[in-house]
Every structure is written in structure tokens, then in C-alpha cells.
Design a protein around this ligand. Structure first.
Ligand code: ZN
Length: 256
């Protein structure tokens, strides 16, 4: 990306003037931590179409093979030990300045909290892989508990209470988003001085509605993404750059 196409100075000025910053993050902030995005050229679903079926509730409930593959993928994700990067750390610095209004994320990887972001500010609209839930009785438990059984040879660990199917507490296709989390996200898009989106193509609704909501309310919108997004025309400034390099610069922090 040629640097003369990157109006980062305008973005620095707009975000720097804001007392309260609402941030929406997507897969692009975690790719520098080694976590594949879904639909990009190197994306998980592009390279492995079976992975997309694992993310569909109907297939997941119907097919024990798909569940076994999903548990293997969860185990691999945890054993890879992905660490937060400079982009995640830059947002922690923004919070330490007292300027982070809300951190809405489409990511399920928990890396914002791992970097040090306060859990109370993080709204995980697509859920989290940190825990599991039983689709039968609703029992919640830490992911570690289920993965210990997978490691011990249980391909599809059933709920210890009712014997029902367990899944991670991520939102699969066919499931609804938590309305309270979505409401908090949409509210944070308008109750702020600027909306900054980071590493999301803004193609997935309803969370992408944060952008038109902010624009309609007169809240400046800054988009930082490696590629053009579906909503670039609604932004005051669009920066196309690598996230882990550009986000600390954009926020005027070190990211270390
Ligand atoms: Zn159960």
C-alpha cells in the first residue's frame, strides 16, 4: 500500500481531538497474531470450506463428525497460544488515557482482554471461545474443562449435567446475537465523539450498522482496514494500511 494513499494525518487529527472514542474491531486486528480471518485470500473458509460448515448451527447439531472437527479446531486454536499484538496493545493505551468509550469486537479470540483491555469495556458481539455452553440445559463452563476431555480422547464431549451437545459460546450461523450486547454496541456508536473501525470489512450485519448509525448522528467515522470496506463512503477518513503498524501511529501511542 503506497503511503501517499494513506491520509493518516487526517485520521490522527480527528481521533486525537476526541475525548471519547468508540472502537469496532474485526478479524484484521488479529491476523498479525497469527489468527486467520474467514473470507480473505488466506482466510479460513477460503482454504477450508468444511470450516464454514462447522460454524453453522444446523450442521453442528446434526453431525457428530462436524462437532468432532470443531473440537479439534478449538483445541488447535488454544494450543497455538496466540498472543496480542501492537494493535491490541494500542487500544489498551487509549483506555489508559481514559478515552476508550467502548471496544466492540467481532472477534471471538479474547485477545483484547489478553492484552489488558477491561472486560467491562469489551462487547463481544459474536461471543467468545473462552467458555462452552450446553444447547440442552444451558450450562456454561470454561473452555479448558471441555478441552481437557478432548485431549483425553473424548471427540465430542457431552454436557456432564444432561448429556446434551456442547458448543463454544460463539455465535454460529443460525443463532441470534445477544440483544443486550448488540444494543450496547449500537448505543456506543452514537454516544461518543468518534467511531473508529479497525480490521473489519464491515460486511457482517447487524454490527456493521454501527457505521450508518454514527454517520446519521453526526459522529465522525474513521475506517482503518487493509482493504476497502463496504461502507467506506460513509467514513470521514479511510486509511488502508496494515493494522499493527498503523493503529499505534493513528492513536499516537507506542503499542508496546
Ligand atoms: Zn446440559
Amino acid at each position: 500500500m503506497p503511503s501517499d494513499e494513506v491520509p493518516i494525518g487526517d485520521a490522527v487529527r480527528i481521533v486525537g481531538a476526541a475525548r471519547r472514542v468508540t472502537v469496532l474491531t474485526g478479524a484484521g486486528i488479529s491476523t498479525d497474531s497469527g489468527i486467520a480471518d474467514f473470507r480473505g485470500p488466506q482466510g479460513l473458509w477460503t482454504r477450508d470450506p468444511a470450516a464454514e460448515r462447522r460454524s453453522d448451527l444446523t450442521h453442528y447439531l446434526a453431525d457428530p463428525e462436524i462437532r468432532a472437527a470443531a473440537w479439534r479446531a478449538r483445541l488447535a486454536l488454544f494450543e497455538a497460544g496466540h498472543q496480542p499484538n501492537a494493535g491490541h496493545r494500542a487500544l489498551v493505551e487509549l483506555e489508559q488515557q481514559g478515552r476508550l468509550q467502548a471496544l466492540v469486537t467481532q472477534n471471538i479470540d479474547g485477545l483484547h482482554q489478553a492484552a489488558g483491555s477491561a472486560a467491562a469495556l469489551v462487547h463481544e458481539v459474536h461471543g467468545s471461545v473462552a467458555s462452552v455452553a450446553c444447547v440442552g440445559c444451558g450450562r456454561h463452563a470454561p473452555m479448558d474443562e471441555a478441552l481437557a476431555r478432548v485431549r483425553a480422547g473424548d471427540a465430542d464431549p457431552a454436557c456432564p449435567t444432561c448429556g446434551g451437545i456442547q458448543k463454544s459460546t460463539t455465535v454460529l450461523f443460525g443463532e441470534s446475537l445477544d440483544p443486550d450486547v448488540l444494543d450496547a454496541a449500537l448505543m456506543a456508536a452514537v454516544d461518543t465523539d468518534v467511531l473508529l473501525t479497525v480490521g473489519t470489512s464491515l460486511a457482517v450485519g447487524p454490527v456493521n450498522q454501527m457505521v450508518p448509525q454514527a454517520a446519521r448522528a453526526g459522529v465522525p467515522v474513521v475506517i482503518l482496514n487493509a482493504e476497502p470496506t463496504e461502507l467506506d463512503e460513509l467514513a470521514d477518513v479511510v486509511v488502508h494500511a496494515a493494522i499493527a503498524d498503523a493503529l499505534p501511529a493513528l492513536l499516537g501511542v507506542r503499542g508496546s
